[in-house]
Design a protein around this ligand. Structure first.
Ligand code: MG
Length: 454
């Protein structure tokens, strides 16, 4: 059976992997699986969006689903609207932060939660077996249009009222937040300067992935106009990155940890969810205020699922995907920006001061060559062999690769998805500690590889 879903929906090169034929089958299969009566369909600004939308909608209509077309909105707006309008399923056509020649289909259920592995596998099976639940011809209807933005604006307005008139530069990167991003901050009372706020599926201004490298223009404009904060979103608006008043890109891990601490403090305790790659400063900060951290596999689906399961107060990944479960379960870039400003107001801090308390650690990354047929076996063998090399470890988790926690840091060992490599990530409380962990970790992996090659 072909694996169609990755860690964030069905995604690939348009007209090569993601064809109209596949989009139609996804529509047919999800409608059959969910026994859906009502669906919402939205897309980002990619040039292939309309083509993929038509194909997907055709599949949904063929199964008798009532379809509402949302148009170009950010992923969190679609996810929230799916729940708010009591649809059975919501589709977001986007390849997130990938280059413009890619597109994808993210699927949300009626609670705003992304389809989990179980649902994805069930959909793949229906496609493989061609067992679609087609409707009687009399039940086929026409798709209609719906404007869901007012519902999203209403959610944010009821949740947050800012006291200060923040000067904010918003960089939508020509993606799905082009109008909603600046508007949400304006509605909250900010003075907004909008950058790259024209929808353009070629992403001519910058990469759709917000990084220190791709946000050079934003960093400069923040300084030039004397703004308090710069905000940037990825292609579909489920990630957010921040720039401080000095025009410096804010470290994702430090901000995640600072906001986690704020959430726990506000809730007087509670659980925070993050993935295995995030810095240990998340534990450090959350535990300070009586919170507890749960770690999942990499991928926002896993983070959101765990947030729901553990009733967490907050969760996120160190790529700027933050989930606020009191509102919905989808990572939400624009809403996170407004909530962060509210946090700064409550703490009476600048962005720089907000992260100042978070301890900074040293991260090292290495890729070790390893045959494709052995890389997963090597990683699987680490659990048993770890004790000999790291007798002092405090925790060992196999939720995603192998993550070994020590008092002085941690290491994460994962097989590359595509290349003949084993990827090692190490974080240490100092460079000396990080080098020591990386040195011992490398020996451990190489020894296991030698053993398995015999
Ligand atoms: Mg995204």
């Amino acid at each position: 059976m072909a694996k169609l879903f990755g860690s964030s929906g069905v995604r690939g090169l348009v007209n090569s992997f993601l064809t109209p034929e596949l989009a139609c089958k996804v529509g047919l299969a999800v409608a059959s699986y969910a026994k859906a009566d009502k669906a919402l369909v939205a897309r980002d600004t990619r040039v292939s969006g309309s083509m993929i939308e038509d194909a997907l909608v055709s599949g949904l209509l063929a199964c008798g689903v009532r379809v509402s077309l949302v148009g170009s909105v950010p992923t969190p707006v679609l996810a929230y609207a799916t729940m708010r309008l009591k649809a059975d399923v919501g589709f977001m056509l986007t390849a997130s932060h990938n280059p413009p020649q890619y597109n994808g289909i993210k699927i949300f259920d009626g609670t705003s939660l992304s389809y989990t592995d179980e649902s994805q596998t069930a959909v793949e099976k229906i496609i493989a077996e061609n067992s679609f639940d087609m409707a009687d011809w009399r039940e086929i209807s026409e798709a209609s249009n719906v404007d869901v933005k007012p519902f999203y604006f209403e959610m944010a307005r009821d949740a947050v009222a800012l006291c200060k008139k923040w000067r904010v530069v918003v960089d939508s990167g020509c993606g799905a937040t082009f109008d909603v991003g600046p508007a949400l901050l304006k509605n909250a009372g900010c003075h907004v300067t909008a950058l790259n706020a024209q929808p353009d599926g070629f992403f001519p201004a910058r990469s759709s992935e917000p990084t220190a490298e791709s946000l050079k223009d934003l960093m400069q404009v923040v300084k030039e106009v004397g703004a308090d904060v710069g905000v940037a979103f990825d292609g579909d608006g489920d990630r957010v990155a921040f720039v401080d008043a000095e025009g410096s890109f804010m470290d994702f891990d430090l901000l995640l940890a600072a906001y986690a601490a704020y959430s726990v403090k506000r809730a007087c305790g509670g659980t925070v969810v993050t993935n295995v790659e995030a810095s240990m400063c998340v534990e450090n900060m959350a535990e300070k205020f009586g919170g507890k951290v749960v770690r999942t596999r990499v991928g926002d689906v896993y983070v959101s699922e765990a947030i729901k399961r553990y009733g967490a107060v907050f969760g996120g990944e160190p790529c700027g995907a933050w989930v606020h479960p009191s509102f919905h379960y989808c990572p939400d870039g624009p809403f996170s920006a407004v909530l962060l400003l509210k946090a700064l107001e409550e703490e009476d801090k600048s962005l720089r001061e907000f992260v100042a308390e978070v301890p900074k650690y040293v991260t090292l990354r290495e890729n070790l060559p390893c045959r494709n047929d052995l890389k997963h076996k090597v990683v699987a063998s680490i659990e048993k062999a770890a004790n000999a090399v790291f007798p002092e470890y405090t925790n060992l988790s196999t939720v995603d690769g192998v993550r070994i926690a020590l008092n002085t840091g941690w290491l994460l060992i994962r097989a590359s998805g595509t290349e003949p490599l084993i990827r090692v990530t190490v974080e240490g409380e100092s460079l000396k500690a990080a080098n020591d962990i990386m040195g011992r970790g490398t020996v451990l992996i190489e020894n296991q590889y030698e053993e398995l090659k015999k």
